[in-house]
Design a protein around this ligand. Structure first.
Ligand code: ATP
Length: 513
């Protein structure tokens, strides 16, 4: 069935609420912007994704260990990391609508509109001419060349303005491009200001003693400051990695697109410490390993692509994103960065403590280089959910809403139904549950017709349903129905555990790596 992309995304968001995946935070108080709560099914799915990441990183790699650092850290950490001085977004307000925007996003969206115009010209021409050559057309058509020149001019001015931190020039670009506020339609803009994205709070019970501390904007720094603790106590040899999952907080100016950009979110990061000079080899390896991890989820190879960063942060010597095809287009899902020795050196300088590695073979000490993999758990959740959500037209004319989640990640692995609520069928269903519940997340359901129960579990994403019927009492077999194929087969009760093991266990997913 063809649904408009914006409606498709809206349908996913309502589905998340209807089936206990995601709720707006503090909903009864009309919610808190860009903050979300995970419901009974969402919490399970999120936990399973986290577990899959953790096991793939820590359990399957002999040289990677995991830690769990505190959210609060010494304030100097954020001075050393550069976040106090430079973790900013340029913001601008419209005086008429009183709405706040990211100045860089306004400009990028304006550029994207001009790009759209180019694409439309190309499409129009493609319809007109046979043997159409798009590259040739782009390099010769006067209108396209004019649009392209506009884009180049804006990009050059914008890049220089940002590099030189000239915020009045950023504002001037917005004025010159005649960018209007989408709400008020006016060009009545304030000055552009830098806005630090870190949330701060005070530690200490008496206000005079209070000292400003920050809610961490990334989990990585908890790894850097523990580098030596882990290396020494774990007797780790280079190359080795430290993994961590946990909450991060960013006071995003414009938080949109559901759980794609939140103010409180969760990251799963791994810092891989390597010998200087070997970082590019490890960077390339981690790019491929992380892509393979995403592909193992079976959501479609074409939904992922690498986006190499052309403009690198001052501390990086290579960086790329793995982008995912979200319902609103390809966007960053995970970042892979070769961060050199920047972070450890900064912490050495600000703390006055050495953070070096003694290389026995070379008989020398040095600060290791770092390759980082950093993925947002909530974005990963959204990628999995949006690629799994289907509205299918069945042959009988009905619509089936189904979540084809990777079975090992599904919140409920198996639903168990007695065909009717009598004749001892509930007792047998319960005894099957009691056998399987130590290994799999199950759900018992005896309400409504079996058909309705199937639909309910299709919508939740339960990969298998077991129905216990009268025949089960006689021959100790049950019907197992698959969510994806809707096929049913008769399985002997004592074979159920092995039947499911290679289909829904975390082990089955890990073995794909
Ligand atoms: P973006 O450009 O989208 O703001 P970023 O480049 O600032 O992201 P990183 O600092 O590299 O992101 O963070 C690593 C990962 O953390 C991102 O790839 C993303 O998956 C996740 N992430 C970052 N910010 C948010 C957010 N506000 N909400 C949800 N996830 C986020």
């Amino acid at each position: 069935m063809s649904v408009k992309p914006e409606d498709f995304f809206k349908n996913i968001i309502s589905h998340c609420k209807e089936y206990g995946y995601i709720f707006q935070s503090s909903e009864i108080y009309d919610g808190l912007s860009a903050v979300y709560d995970y419901g009974q099914n969402g919490a399970e799915l999120k936990k399973n994704i986290r577990e899959y990441w953790w096991k793939a990183m820590v359990q399957l790699n002999e040289n990677i260990v995991g830690i769990d650092a505190a959210i609060f850290m010494h304030p100097t950490v954020w001075k050393a990391s550069g976040h106090v001085d430079a973790f900013n977004d340029p913001l601008i307000d419209n005086k008429d609508s009183k709405k706040r925007y990211r100045a860089d996003v306004l400009i990028e969206e304006h550029v994207a509109k001009i790009e759209d115009k180019i694409n439309k010209e190309v499409e129009k021409a493609a319809k007109r001419f046979e043997n159409f050559d798009a590259a040739m057309f782009k390099s010769t058509n006067a209108r396209v060349l004019e649009y392209q020149k506009k884009i180049d001019d804006i990009n050059t001015r914008f890049k220089t303005a940002l590099n030189e931190n000239k915020l009045d020039e950023v504002r001037q670009i917005i004025i010159d491009c005649e960018i209007v506020c989408p709400i008020s339609g006016s060009r009545n803009w304030t000055e552009v200001r830098q806005f630090n994205l870190m949330f701060s709070t005070a530690m200490g019970s008496v206000s005079e003693d209070a000292s400003t501390i920050y809610l961490r904007p990334e989990t990585a720094q908890g790894i850097f400051v523990n580098y030596l603790n882990v290396q020494k106590t774990g007797r780790m040899k280079l190359p080795f990695g430290i993994a961590q999952t946990g909450k991060a907080f960013r006071n995003e100016i414009v938080a949109r697109q559901f759980i794609f950009r939140m103010r409180e979110f969760e990251q799963m990061e791994m810092q891989f410490f390597v010998k200087p000079g070997t970082e590019m080899k490890h960077y390339e390896e981690w790019k491929q390993k992380r892509l393979a991890w995403h592909l193992s989820l079976g959501l479609g190879e074409n939904n992922y692509k690498f986006h190499d960063h052309l403009k690198l942060a001052h501390y990086a010597n290579a960086a790329c994103d793995i982008e995912f095809n979200f319902p609103f287009g390809f966007k960053e899902l995970e970042g892979i960065h070769s961060r050199t020795d920047f972070d450890l050196k900064q912490h050495e300088q600000f703390s006055g403590k050495k953070l070096q590695y003694f290389d026995i073979e070379q008989n020398e000490s040095y600060v290791p280089y770092v390759v980082e993999t950093s993925v947002g758990l909530d974005r990963l959740f959204l990628s999995i959910l949006s690629a799994s959500y289907k509205e299918e037209q069945l042959e009988n004319g009905e619509t089936r809403v189904v979540l084809n989640l990777p079975p090992a990640l599904a919140p409920i692995k198996i639903a168990i139904f007695p065909l009717v609520k009598k004749d001892g069928l509930p007792n047998l269903a319960e005894s099957i549950m009691n056998d399987l519940k130590f290994d799999y997340a199950l759900s018992y359901d005896e309400k409504d017709t079996v058909g309705k129960r199937y639909r309910r579990h299709d919508a939740i994403g339960t990969p298998y349903c077991i129905t216990v019927d009268h025949q089960s009492l006689e021959d100790k077999t049950v019907t197992v129905r698959s969510r994806d194929t809707m096929q049913q087969e008769r399985i002997s009760i004592d074979k159920l555990f092995t039947y499911f093991e290679d289909k829904v266990s975390m082990k089955s997913l890990l073995k794909k790596l």
